[in-house]
Design a binder for this molecule. Structure first.
Ligand code: NDP
Length: 236
């Protein structure tokens, strides 16, 4: 049995974030999710926040701290895609993805680190993607935002490692959520053929790895990239 923690997940109203919240709840933790609309699973505290807005995140953290105690585990999960080929990609397509996926993670982690430094304990988990390291045509913006999370986790590890705080990256492959349902069928088929395990994953298969990384057994893992991709990106 792992120590019970206060956990905050960004983007926990659907998809992988929702599953992560369910998994932490199932393991008995105190769970909060941020949402722009909707809510997390029953039993989780839902707070409204947009990761592109530091003030809204600050307010969300303050509410969670008041209701559930200081955040000990943070999962920066909120993310978007704006896929298109380079020559068609507007600067806004690029910067909006960076602002949500990368700067959003920075804002989340920065706010979370306050309480973690005080507690001299913290688990930071950044949800990247196989695409961050493997690359993907039509995803120059998304791929750049996701690979940068690796540098972020490794710098956090060097900066905060001595204070009992770990920072790791989980890099999912093709997971069945709204994000991947939106991909064209031929692209889905091409992915399926390229995945050695021969199938897509459920969000729960990512959630269990995230929960394990936050648990007592993973205390000596930091700065790592953990692929959950059925072998698609081998060599990360
Ligand atoms: P979904 O599109 O199903 O959900 C995305 C989540 O992010 C939603 O909760 C959404 O909230 C939230 N979000 C987006 N923008 C913001 C914002 N500005 N502020 C707050 N929340 C926001 O995606 P997935 O569940 O599939 O993806 C979750 C994470 O996993 C993402 O970071 C994604 O890049 C990554 N990932 C997904 C893979 C997959 O195959 N599905 C593969 C690899 C990585 P709202 O409902 O309000 O829009």
């Amino acid at each position: 049995m792992t120590t019970q923690r206060t956990v905050l997940i960004t983007g926990g109203n659907r998809g992988i974030g929702y599953s992560i919240a369910e998994e932490f709840l199932a393991q008995g933790h105190r769970v909060a999710v941020t949402a722009r609309s909707g809510s997390g699973p029953a039993g989780a505290l839902t707070v409204i926040a947009d990761v592109t807005d530091a003030d809204s995140l600050d307010a969300a953290f303050t509410t969670v701290e008041a209701e559930l105690g200081p955040v000990e585990v943070v999962v920066a999960n909120a993310g978007i895609t704006r896929d298109t080929l380079l020559l068609r990609m507007s600067e806004e397509d690029f910067t909006s993805v960076i602002d949500t996926n990368l700067t959003g993670a920075f804002r989340t982690v920065k706010r979370a680190s306050k309480g973690m430094l005080k507690a001299r304990f913290g688990r930071i988990i950044l949800i990247s993607s196989v695409v961050g390291l493997y690359g993907s045509a039509g995803q120059v913006n998304y791929s750049a935002s996701k690979s940068a999370l690796v540098g972020m986790a490794r710098s956090l590890t060097r900066e905060l490692g001595g204070r009992g705080i770990t920072a790791n990256v989980v890099a999912p492959g093709f997971i069945e959520t709204d994000m991947t349902a939106a991909l064209p069928e031929d692209q889905q088929k091409a992915y399926q053929e390229a995945i050695p395990v021969g199938r897509f994953a459920t969000p729960t298969e990512v959630a269990r790895v995230v929960a394990w990384l936050a648990g007592d057994d993973a205390a000596y893992i930091s700065g790592a990239v953990i692929p959950v991709d059925g072998g698609l990106g081998m060599g990360h």
